[in-house]
Design a protein around this ligand. Structure first.
Ligand SMILES: NC(=O)c1ccc[n+]([C@@H]2O[C@H](COP(=O)([O-])OP(=O)(O)OC[C@H]3O[C@@H](n4cnc5c(N)ncnc54)[C@H](OP(=O)(O)O)[C@@H]3O)[C@@H](O)[C@H]2O)c1
Length: 308
């Protein structure tokens, strides 16, 4: 029997959704599964049972959008997802990424030739136990001589036409690359780094919003790769959290959701407690003054805002 959604958060929170073009509507707070791998996103989790419990709790709480990749572990996270959640709830969107691999030392390297992209789609289908991948992000766009965006997208369009992929997304792209891709085919979503203290993709956020394309910021809480993320520990964030009776992570996520209706948050965590906090972030009611204070943490037009 498929897992039921019985969590009280799902019953009470004011849920808002966004319809990802070519895919389906999802709740605006999802879950990023990268933190479930071992340290450095390598190998199995230190406590596999806990990692599976996090995934099951996410579904119970109403999370219907999980972000993953075969190169988390590698393979471990997709295997965990399949083990914990199959048979999948019918409305669960699994988004994966292709175009990269890890070497023995754990380096993140491109694997972006169109033929390699096709194999990676088949690998993800097999490992996740899906007949179709809901959303596939191309992680390395035209990154080397001889690799053209048109050919990479051509490979994905072929798979979409075969019914193996629903939506095509892009990750780590510039606004120019996004526009070039949009001229070649329909793009469902863009996944770039973006959070309270990193507004480097602000321009892209605006462009995707105008076109109704989903914008899925990674590192929404400032990243799991650094112990002191800045975002979760920022004094302004902390004092607003105190005023609102909320947690700093919730304030950071609530601010992201206020930026634009096409923003879909995928906070990452390996903890059930943090997961429960994060999925309730849409209950935090930021005032216009709160938002203005948070907006001002990074001045518009600064190097951070412009860097893409
Ligand atoms: N496209 C790409 O290239 C790319 C790159 C990076 C990430 N991603 C995706 O984006 C997702 C999110 O990124 P991320 O996980 O690196 O960073 P993140 O969501 O910004 O932050 C995760 C970190 O925040 C901590 N955390 C989570 N909830 C918390 C809470 N309520 N209170 C305090 N700390 C909390 C986590 O620790 P605990 O585990 O202890 O909770 C973890 O260290 C990933 O899972 C992945 O799916 C994509």
């Amino acid at each position: 029997m498929a897992l039921c959604r019985t969590g009280s958060v799902a019953q009470h929170r004011q849920v808002t959704t966004f319809e990802i073009p070519d895919v389906r509507p999802v709740h605006r707070i999802g879950y990023g599964a990268m933190q479930l791998a071992g340290p450095g996103v390598l190998g199995p989790p230190t406590d596999p049972a806990r990692a599976e419990a996090v995934l099951r709790r996410a579904v119970e709480l109403g999370v219907d959008h999980i972000d993953t990749a075969d190169f988390y572990g590698p393979w471990t996270v997709n295997e965990l997802i399949a083990k914990a959640l199959r048979p999948y709830p019918g409305d669960l969107l699994l988004a994966t990424k292709i175009g990269a691999y890890r070497d023995r030392e754990g380096a993140w390297l491109p694997l972006s030739h169109p033929d390699a992209l096709k194999s990676q789609v088949h690998d993800n289908l097999r490992r996740l136990g899906r007949d179709v991948l809901d959303l596939v992000y191309l992680r390395h766009v035209a990154d080397r001589p001889g690799i053209e965006l048109a050919d990479q997208l051509g490979a994905l369009v072929e798979l979409r036409d075969q019914g193996l992929v629903r939506g095509i997304g892009l990750s780590h792209v510039t606004a120019e690359q996004f526009e070039q891709a949009q001229r070649l085919t329909s793009i469902a979503a863009v996944q770039n780094a973006y959070n309270l203290l990193d507004r480097g993709s602000a321009d892209l956020l605006e462009r995707t919003a105008r076109l109704g394309v989903a914008f899925v910021p990674f590192f929404p809480l400032g990243s799991g790769f650094v112990a002191d993320s800045g975002v979760r520990d920022d004094q302004v964030v902390r004092s607003i959290a105190q005023r609102r009776g909320a947690r700093p992570a919730q304030v950071s996520l609530a601010w992201l959701l206020r930026r634009s209706p096409n923003v879909l948050a995928i906070p990452g965590t390996s903890s059930i407690e943090h997961l429960e906090i994060n999925v309730s972030a849409d209950r935090v009611d930021l005032s216009d003054e709160d938002v203005a204070e948070l907006d001002a943490l990074v001045a518009e037009g600064t190097a951070a805002e412009q860097a893409r």
